[in-house]
Design a protein around this ligand. Sequence first.
Ligand SMILES: C[S@@+](CC[C@H](N)C(=O)[O-])C[C@H]1O[C@@H](n2cnc3c(N)ncnc32)[C@H](O)[C@@H]1O
Length: 307
Amino acid sequence: MSNEEAEPSEIDTCHVSVMPDEVVYWVASPEVAPTPPKIVIDGTYGGGGHSRLLLEAISGADARVIGLDRDPAVSARVESESHDPRLTVFLASYEQAAKALEQFDLTSADAMVLDLGLSSDQLADRERGFSYTVDGPLDLRFDPENGVPASRWLAQHDEKQIADAIYQYGEERFSRRIARAIVAKQRERQPISTVNELVEICRRCVPRSRNHDIHPATRTFQALRIAVNDELGILERTLRDAPDWIAPGGRMVIISFHSLEDRIVKNAFRDDDRWEVLTKKPLRPTESEVAHNARSRSAKLRVARRR
Ligand SMILES: C[S@@+](CC[C@H](N)C(=O)[O-])C[C@H]1O[C@@H](n2cnc3c(N)ncnc32)[C@H](O)[C@@H]1O
């Protein structure tokens, strides 16, 4: 399809959806869903790629995809686009899914998809601070209208709290060294307010990995993003509450991108009797997908069915 022919929604985003065929299979294939799904929640709408495929996969005028995203830029983009009338996107965290269903006098969905982390559009936006390769304000919030930016988060926490977060959420061995350097700079009345300032500290504190495959700032940026957005807390609470809003037989399909998220999903599915695990081991993208979409390389997809 050329650009002139493309729907506006297809050209306004550069994000390539991860494991698209697998998501559609677990939501809508007759092998998994003997009754065709009507109500599907896309909890992390992003570029809308999964939602578009899900809209194609569900049928009937009463079928509906409810999208949620915490990023106001996402909801603003959706409002400016023409799209399928069976799609509604709310500016809200996916843990608010029950409230979104209420808007349609519904109490449950037939499936929910979560594609965790951030989109390529967010990574490319220099005002957001998500990429350590692009200088800009050190913000790292999915929703810049709420909460505190990472720069202020660093100013509000002491050395031990910063080190613990970088260790726990980034699995960074040099967390104490990094936290010490951050606090020392702040003591000199030099708050860390930009991406480059933090990258510089990470470069000084983290020895280069042997094959140079991991940038010294990767783990610290991941940790701060998780802390500032309470990503793991939201995921845990959602997995605890979702059985209340997924209909019996309905599926929860989750793509995660690092071991902390994947562990939470795996344990929640395993330990809660209301879920039946459909993927004993996480599914991984095919080699051909990874070759075409590098972002997919660390993806793990798990599915559970509401008993
Ligand atoms: C990887 S992208 C999703 C891409 C999307 N599946 C697609 O195919 O275009 C993740 C999205 O989740 C959003 N997000 C992160 N945490 C969220 C939360 N708690 N609730 C809702 N959206 C969230 C981000 O703002 C981002 O747009």
